[in-house]
Design a protein around this ligand. Structure first.
Ligand SMILES: *[C@@H]1O[C@H](CO)[C@@H](O)[C@H](O)[C@H]1NC(C)=O
Ligand SMILES: *[C@@H]1O[C@H](CO)[C@@H](O)[C@H](O)[C@H]1NC(C)=O
Ligand SMILES: *[C@@H]1O[C@H](CO)[C@@H](O)[C@H](O)[C@H]1NC(C)=O
Length: 458
C-alpha cells in the first residue's frame, strides 16, 4: 500500500524500518544542512576557558591510550575493558542514548562504539579538578543534525560534564535538569526542536554557568527575572529567535553578562533603566526586533564598554538622549525603525571620528528625526550614517511632508524628557598619547566580528 511505495515489499520489519529512517534522514538532511553549516563557527568564537583544569574539546583525542581494545560491535565490552570506571558508566549512558537517535544523516553515532569513548565523534575527555581519571568532560554535537525525542538521561547522566553544545540538531523534549553536575558551565541547545515551553527553570539552577544559549527554539512566556541574578559568572545569554513576550525584567542590570541577545522575540514595555548597572560589563546587547516601547532611555548612553547596541525595529520613541555622546566604545549603533524624533545630537556623530570614539555604523533610518548635528552630515557622506526615511529637510530619501505632519500630530512630544545632561566629559584631541591610541583603535576596527550579531544566524 502507501508504505510500500517508499519502502519496497517483501522485506523484514527491521530492514523496512532502516530504509524509512534512511529516507527520513535524506529528506531532512537536504533541508536543514545549509543552516547547520552556517552556524558552526559562530559558537566557537566565544572563547571561554575551563578555569578549573578541564579543557575544551579536542585536546584529549588519541591521548592516553585505552589499552588498544576496539572490540567489534558484536561483543559487549566488560567494565574492566575501560580505562576507568567513570568511562564505563559514561559508556552505558551513551549507548542508551545512541539507541534513541532516530536520524543521523552524517553517520556520527557509528563512531560511538567500543571502549575508547574519548575517540567518539563529539565526545571529549579531560580530568575533572582533583580527580585522576579521565572522563567525558565535553560533548559537542554542533551541526550534526541528530534526531532524538529526548535528552533526558543522557546529558544529565554524564556526571562530569562541563560543556554540552548541540546547535542545529533535532533534539526534542524538555531541557534536562543539569544542576547536579558539579562542573557544568556551558549550555548550547540552540536551533533544536525542544518542546515548546516557558523558560526552562531548571537552567536557572546552573549557578556556575558562563554560557546559556537557547536561541532558535520555541520558548514562550516571560523571561524570568532570575535569568539576570542566578548566574554570577555568566558571559553570554542568547535567547533570541524564540517567542518570549511580556516586559523585560527590571533587574536586567543585575547580570554581569557581556553578550546579551534578546532579539527577534515579542518583548513589550520599556528598556529597564537598571541597564545602567551593566556599564562596566556589557559589551554587546541586541534588543532588535521586539515590541519595546517608551522613551529611549538615557541609561543606554551609560554603557561605556558597549561596542554593539542594537534596539532597531521596536516602538521606542523620544529624542536621542545627550548621554549617547558617552558611548565611547560603540561601533555599531542601530536605532532604525522606531518612533524616534528630534535632532540627532552632534556629539553622537562625533563618536565616528577617532579622536572621540569608534563609531562605524550609525543606523537611524525609518524614524522621525527632524534635524542633524553638523558633524552628522559628514557621516552621511562617509557612509557611516543612514538617516533614510526620516523628516530631515535637505537630506535624501525622506518621508513625505504629510507622513511627518501626521506623526507629529498624533505624538505627544512632551512625553519624553529632553535630557541634555552629558554624564561624561567631552574628549578633545590631546596630542601624542591619543595618537598612539588611535592606531590601536584602527587596528581593532579591522576585526569586525560581533558575537551577538552572529547569534542571529541559526
Ligand atoms: C559551582 O562550582 C563550585 C566550585 O567552584 C561547586 O562547589 C558547586 O557545586 C557548583 N555549583 C553547581 C550548581 O554546579
Ligand atoms: C506577539 O504578541 C502579539 C500580541 O501581544 C500576538 O498577537 C502575536 O501573535 C505574538 N507574536 C509571536 C510571534 O508570538
Ligand atoms: C549598519 O547597521 C545596519 C543595522 O544593523 C545594517 O543593516 C547594515 O548592514 C550595517 N552597515 C554596514 C556597512 O555594516
Amino acid at each position: 500500500m502507501a508504505g510500500q511505495v517508499g519502502c519496497g515489499g517483501g522485506v523484514s520489519w527491521s530492514s523496512l524500518l532502516a530504509r524509512c529512517l534512511a529516507l527520513c534522514c535524506l529528506l531532512m538532511g537536504a533541508c536543514v544542512a545549509p543552516a547547520a553549516r552556517a552556524n558552526r563557527p559562530s559558537r566557537s568564537h566565544v572563547d571561554m576557558n575551563f578555569g578549573r583544569g578541564g579543557r575544551r574539546g579536542g585536546t584529549s583525542r588519541g591521548g592516553g591510550g585505552s589499552g588498544g581494545s576496539s572490540p567489534s560491535s558484536s561483543s559487549e565490552p566488560r567494565p574492566c575493558d575501560f580505562e576507568n570506571e567513570r568511562l564505563y558508566r559514561a559508556y552505558q549512558v551513551i549507548q542508551k542514548f545512541r539507541k534513541t537517535v532516530t536520524c543521523d544523516p552524517m553517520d556520527i553515532s557509528s563512531s560511538w562504539q567500543g571502549t575508547d569513548l574519548c575517540g567518539y565523534k563529539g565526545f571529549y575527555c579531560a580530568r575533572p579538578p582533583k580527580i585522576q581519571d579521565r572522563t567525558v568532560a565535553s560533548v559537542d554535537l554542533n551541526g550534526y543534525m541528530l534526531q532524538s525525542t529526548s535528552l533526558q538521561g543522557f546529558v544529565n547522566g554524564l556526571p562530569d560534564l562541563a560543556l554540552f553544545h548541540a546547535n542545529s540538531n533535532n533534539f526534542g523534549g524538555a531541557v534536562p535538569d543539569l544542576s547536579r553536575l558539579p562542573y557544568f558551565y556551558e549550555l548550547d541547545l540552540s536551533n533544536n526542536k525542544l518542546a515548546p515551553s516557558t523558560f526552562p527553570t531548571d537552567v536557572l539552577r546552573l549557578r556556575n554557568a558562563t554560557f546559556i544559549d537557547i536561541r532558535f527554539n520555541s520558548f514562550y512566556g516571560e523571561l524570568p527575572g532570575e535569568v539576570f541574578c542566578s548566574f554570577p559568572k555568566i558571559q553570554a545569554i542568547f535567547v533570541n529567535n524564540n517567542q518570549f513576550s511580556g516586559s523585560l525584567p527590571d533587574n536586567i542590570g543585575d547580570s554581569p553578562v557581556n553578550y546579551l541577545s534578546l532579539a527577534n522575540n515579542n518583548f513589550t514595555g520599556e528598556i529597564p533603566k537598571s541597564i545602567a548597572r551593566t556599564a562596566n560589563t556589557l559589551f554587546e546587547v541586541l534588543f532588535l526586533n521586539n515590541k519595546l516601547s517608551g522613551c529611549l532611555p538615557y541609561e543606554l548612553g551609560l554603557l561605556a564598554k558597549a561596542t554593539v547596541i542594537d534596539a532597531g525595529t521596536n516602538q521606542l520613541t523620544g529624542p536621542i538622549p545627550a548621554s549617547f555622546a558617552c558611548l565611547r566604545k560603540v561601533e555599531q549603533l542601530n536605532l532604525a525603525s522606531n518612533l524616534l524624533y528630534g535632532e540627532v545630537p552632534d556629539a553622537l556623530c562625533k563618536l565616528a571620528f577617532s579622536w572621540s570614539g569608534r563609531l562605524k555604523n550609525l543606523t537611524l533610518s525609518d524614524n522621525y528625526f527632524t534635524s542633524l548635528g553638523s558633524c552628522c552630515w559628514d557621516l552621511i557622506k562617509l557612509g557611516k550614517l543612514n538617516v533614510d526615511r526620516n523628516c530631515i529637510p535637505w537630506a535624501p530619501n525622506q518621508r513625505s511632508h504629510e507622513e511627518c505632519a501626521y506623526f507629529f500630530h498624533r505624538t505627544n512630544t512632551a512625553a519624553c524628557p529632553v535630557n541634555t545632561y552629558v554624564p561624561c566629559r567631552p574628549k578633545y584631541y590631546a596630542g601624542t598619547g591619543e595618537t598612539a591610541g588611535n592606531a590601536w583603535y584602527t587596528a581593532a576596527a579591522e576585526d569586525n566580528y560581533y558575537r551577538t550579531y552572529s547569534s542571529l544566524q541559526p
